[in-house]
Ligand binder design. Structure first.
Ligand SMILES: NC(=O)c1ccc[n+]([C@@H]2O[C@H](COP(=O)([O-])OP(=O)(O)OC[C@H]3O[C@@H](n4cnc5c(N)ncnc54)[C@H](OP(=O)(O)O)[C@@H]3O)[C@@H](O)[C@H]2O)c1
Length: 246
C-alpha cells in the first residue's frame, strides 16, 4: 500500500477524528484526510497548533474542520463522555478515528526508569486511547463504513533495550487493537487496525535520535498512502492487521 493512489473523493462526507492533530504525523493525516473530502475533527492539547492546522485546511478550500482541545494525560471518563455527547449532537456519527497522539517518555534502562514518567506514557499512549475508543464506539456504530486506526511502532512488536514505557505502551496498543478487532469481527461496518509509521521526520523522531540527520527520514506527508488506504473504503475487508506505512 506504499503507493496507494487515493481517489480525490475517497473520504467525501466522512467525519474523521485525529488525535495529536497539531503536529507531525497527525497534522499530515488531518490535512490528507481533509484533502480527500473529510470533515476532520482535530484533537490535541495545544490550541495554537490545532488553530494553525484548522487555518491550513480552510485556506486549501477543504471541508471546514472542528477543533477539540483536550489533554489526554489529564482527561477522565467525564471528559470523554462529554466529548462523545457533543460529537453526537454535532455530527451524529464518526466514520473514522486515527489514534495518533503519543509521547516518547524516557530512553533509559528499566532499572532507572522514573515511575512518574512511566505512568504518563501509559496514560497518554494506552489508557486515554482505551477511554476515547470506548466513549466513541457508539458513534462509529452509526456509520455504514467506519475505520479505527491505532498507531504502533516497531518497538511494540519486538522489545528493544532502553525504549521503556514507550515500547511497552505500543505492545499494549497492538493488544488493544487485536482485542477490539476480534470483538467487532462480526460487524462488517467497522474495521480496526494498526499502522506502524516507521522512521518519520517529526519532533518525536528527533527527540529519540538527536544525533540523526533529519533528512534521512521521509516527511510525514510521504507516508500518507497507507493512512488513506486504511481510512477509505478500499480497505473494507482489512481487520485486525498491523501494517507498515514504509
Ligand atoms: N516519528 C516516528 O518516527 C514514529 C515512528 C514510529 C511510531 N510513531 C508514532 O506515530 C505517532 C505520531 O508521532 P509523531 O512522530 O508525529 O510525534 P510528534 O511529532 O511528537 O506528535 C505527537 C502529537 O501528539 C500530541 N500529544 C502528545 N501528548 C498529548 C496529550 N497529552 N494530549 C493530547 N495530545 C498529545 C502532540 O501534541 P503537541 O504538539 O501539542 O505536543 C502532537 O500533536 C505516535 O503514536 C508515535 O508513537 C512515530
Amino acid at each position: 500500500m506504499f503507493d496507494y493512489q487515493a481517489p480525490e473523493n475517497l473520504l467525501q462526507n466522512k467525519v474523521i477524528l485525529v488525535t495529536g492533530a497539531g503536529a507531525g504525523i497527525g497534522r499530515a493525516a488531518a490535512l490528507s484526510y481533509a484533502s480527500k473530502g473529510a470533515t476532520v475533527i482535530l484533537l490535541g492539547r495545544t490550541e495554537e497548533k490545532l488553530d494553525t492546522v484548522y487555518d491550513e485546511i480552510e485556506a486549501a478550500g477543504y471541508p471546514q474542520a472542528a477543533i477539540i482541545t483536550l489533554n489526554l494525560q489529564t482527561a477522565g471518563e467525564t471528559d470523554y463522555c462529554n466529548l462523545a455527547t457533543s460529537l453526537q449532537q454535532e455530527f451524529g456519527r464518526l466514520d473514522g478515528i486515527l489514534h495518533n497522539a503519543s509521547i516518547l517518555g524516557l530512553r533509559t534502562p528499566l532499572e532507572s526508569y522514573d515511575p512518574t514518567i512511566w505512568q504518563q506514557v501509559m496514560q497518554i499512549n494506552v489508557n486515554s486511547t482505551f477511554m476515547l475508543t470506548q466513549a466513541l464506539l457508539p458513534l462509529t456504530e452509526n456509520s455504514d463504513d467506519a475505520s479505527i486506526i491505532f498507531t504502533t511502532s516497531s518497538v511494540g512488536r519486538t522489545g528493544r533495550a532502553y525504549w521503556g514505557a514507550y515500547a511497552v505502551s505500543k505492545f499494549a496498543t497492538e493488544g488493544l487493537m487485536q482485542v477490539l478487532a476480534d470483538e467487532l469481527d462480526h460487524n462488517k461496518n467497522i474495521r480496526v487496525n494498526c499502522i506502524n509509521p516507521g522512521a518519520t521526520r517529526t519532533n518525536m523522531r528527533a527527540a529519540a535520535y538527536p544525533g540523526e540527520n533529519p533528512s534521512a527520514n521521509p516527511a510525514a506527508e510521504e507516508i500518507m498512502p497507507l493512512y488513506l488506504y486504511l481510512m477509505g473504503k478500499d480497505s473494507k475487508e482489512i481487520n485486525g492487521q498491523s501494517l507498515n506505512a514504509q
